[in-house]
Design a protein around this ligand. Structure first.
Ligand code: SAH
Length: 235
């Protein structure tokens, strides 16, 4: 049962899921375990760890918004974290899931169809390419990305997709503030401003943080640079 693994922490956050939402998370966990036997999707495989390190860690991002954003992207989503979990929390949010690896997006397509989730777009691509595409650049009021790159690199991959007035949230480890300080210049060039850092306490997990960046103006037009460059020569 997944519900008892999630509910005490969610109650502490004043976050409430309905029985059908808990059912969706239970199906998600079971499918993740089943697929992971033949496709390497995650190193985290036992149910209590999935509940805490994937589901609660993803749901924590929602605390950075006062209400559900109308649109949200997740870059380098892997098996759907945090984006697909947030979609279960916010069914009316239009979601874009991006990963460059086809076996991961195949799993995402399977989950979206099994859970019957509307308005989810799944794209197998590099974020750098989407950031320079008119169909995606500055089209989203919200964005998340976890465990993809250091914040200076991540900002170049993600901030171009955020609309002016929108918000990007990156779950990080205990050193979120250090990464944010190192990414200050990059964030500025991308039209962002560090809004704050929220501390997240998960049961049995080292301290986590959420770095919150607001988009105040458009990113410089030549950003993001070509595929691979953000990583090779960080801003
Ligand atoms: N966000 C997930 C997966 C993290 S692993 C989680 O937290 O569990 C990092 C993922 O980012 C991998 O699946 C990798 O394929 C993807 N990735 C890395 N660089 C990328 C890029 N430039 N564009 C799109 N996806 C990328």
């Amino acid at each position: 049962m997944i519900r008892p693994l999630l509910e005490p922490t969610l109650r502490g956050w004043d976050m409430h899921l309905s029985p059908p939402q808990f059912d969706q998370l239970a199906i998600y966990a079971a499918e993740l375990q089943r697929w992971n036997e033949r496709v390497n999707l995650t190193a985290i495989t036992d149910l209590p760890a999935i509940a805490t390190r994937h589901f609660l860690d993803s749901l924590a991002c929602a605390r950075c918004w006062s209400s559900a954003p109308s649109s949200l992207f997740d870059i380098g989503t892997g098996a759907g974290f945090p984006g697909l979990v947030l979609k279960i929390l916010w069914p009316s949010t239009k979601l874009l899931l991006v990963d460059s690896v086809g076996k991961k997006t195949a799993f995402l397509a399977h989950m979206v169809s099994l859970l019957n989730l509307p308005e989810v777009e799944i794209v197998t691509a590099r974020a750098e390419a989407l950031g320079q595409s008119q169909s995606y650049r500055e089209q989203y009021v919200g964005g998340v990305a976890r465990a993809v790159a250091a914040l200076n690199v991540l900002s170049e991959l993600c901030l171009p997709l955020v609309k002016v007035g929108g918000r990007f949230v990156a779950p990080k480890g205990a050193d979120g503030a250090v990464e944010a300080a190192e990414a200050r210049r990059a964030i500025g060039q991308l039209g962002g401003k560090l809004q704050g850092i929220m501390s997240v306490d998960l049961p049995g997990v080292d301290r986590r943080t959420l770095v919150i960046i607001d988009k105040l103006k458009p990113a410089l037009s030549y950003l993001p640079r070509a595929v691979g460059v953000p990583d090779k020569r960080p801003l």
